[in-house]
Ligand binder design. Structure first.
Ligand code: NDP
Length: 321
């Protein structure tokens, strides 16, 4: 096997809705995309069951099926999908420069353009009972899964804007929402806090944490503990939503790409351009606000179009030179 780096025209890192949509557009534009899937091929959607809110599926679709279909659609136009994880990058700062990317600590690539779609990972509390019941009533996305608990009693953990927004979203669908905030105040904006406190079927509990999620196969209840008094209380619920933040998967880009304080990649204006020429970002890795499959897919399309325009500019400069 040659040790020479492999030359790639369009490298897509990550295989969620953003990465595969970028691949579909890039392949159809003859940008010869290569997708490296990362550790979780298909991304976050492979950990959900039913996806009911992606347009075009009137009966819903389960997450893993949808991701296989997106992969097949990308491959139909010639995308080369490979299992592997980008472990190091050394991006060029020059227009037209080649970007070095290492895969699985050994394979070297030189890419003309790179689309980063590495996503974000929802944080969980880490309790064994919570982990056991993921997919059995424990979810990190109220907008995705809230509908399954219509008319039922649920709980949500977290005190930020996401938790506040999701609690009010759930309160519209569910009978009662118990909201657990670990401090004596919420981190959410005042406006969001006001929405929570003025929603009658949200039972807001400060200084409260989860002691254990109850249920063997599915969530049946929650044992809560007041972290000031140590007092425990059990409630019956069927759904538990964890909304304690996400971690964008950007560690390998630190020091090279501009990020906000939470590590989300910063893109320029309405585009998917990062601070480096030829490097684009799409999906949850650059979006902490919407985080939906359909919005990720939309920005994946944008990244492929931005990459196509960038390559066309570079080629026209080379022709003139
Ligand atoms: P945040 O990091 O803002 O908030 C996380 C919340 O979870 C905090 O209340 C934190 O508590 C709590 N938490 C963290 N770990 C634990 C734990 N182990 N147990 C219990 N509670 C825990 O995350 P968000 O996802 O809410 O928001 C991320 C960013 O996105 C923010 O900048 C937010 O403003 C923005 N956003 C904006 C929206 C909008 O404008 N519409 C909508 C959603 C998000 P503590 O305060 O004690 O640390």
């Amino acid at each position: 096997m040659s040790n020479q780096p492999e030359h790639i025209k369009t490298l897509i890192i990550g295989s969620g809705p953003a990465g595969y949509t970028a691949a579909i557009y890039a392949a159809r534009a003859d940008l010869k995309p290569v997708v490296y899937t990362g550790l979780e091929p298909g991304g976050q959607l492979t950990t959900t069951t039913e996806v009911d809110n992606f347009p075009g599926y009137p009966d819903g679709v389960d997450g893993p099926t949808m991701m296989v279909q997106l992969q097949q659609q990308a491959e139909r136009f010639g995308t080369d999908v490979r299992i592997g994880m980008a472990t190091a990058v050394h991006f060029s700062e020059e227009v037209g420069g080649l970007h070095q990317v290492t895969i699985d600590n050994e394979k070297e690539l030189l890419a003309e353009t790179v689309i980063i779609s590495t996503g974000a990972t929802a944080k969980y509390l880490g309790l064994p009972s919570e982990q056991r019941l993921r997919g059995g009533g424990v979810s990190a996305c109220a907008v995705c899964d809230g509908f399954f608990y219509k008319g039922q009693d649920v709980a949500i953990v977290g005190g930020g804007d996401t938790a506040a927004e999701e609690a009010t979203y759930l309160a519209n669908i569910c009978n009662k929402v118990t909201m657990l905030v670990r401090k004596d105040q919420m981190r959410a904006s005042k406006a969001m806090q006001h929405r929570v406190t003025s929603t009658p079927n949200i039972d807001l509990r400060y200084n409260t944490e989860i002691d254990e999620v109850l249920g063997e196969q599915v969530v049946e209840g929650l044992r809560m503990v007041n972290n000031q008094t140590g007092e425990k209380e059990e409630i019956a619920i069927t759904g538990l939503f964890i909304a304690i933040g996400h971690k964008p998967n950007t560690d390998i880009f630190k020091g090279q790409l501009d990020m906000d304080e939470a590590g989300y990649l910063i893109t320029e204006g309405k585009s998917t351009k990062t601070n480096l020429p030829g490097v684009f970002a799409s999906g949850d890795v650059q979006d902490k606000e919407y985080r939906q499959a359909v919005t990720a897919a939309g920005t994946g399309c944008m990244a492929a179009l931005d990459a196509e325009r960038y390559l066309a500019t570079v080629e026209s400069v080379e022709v003139q030179a």
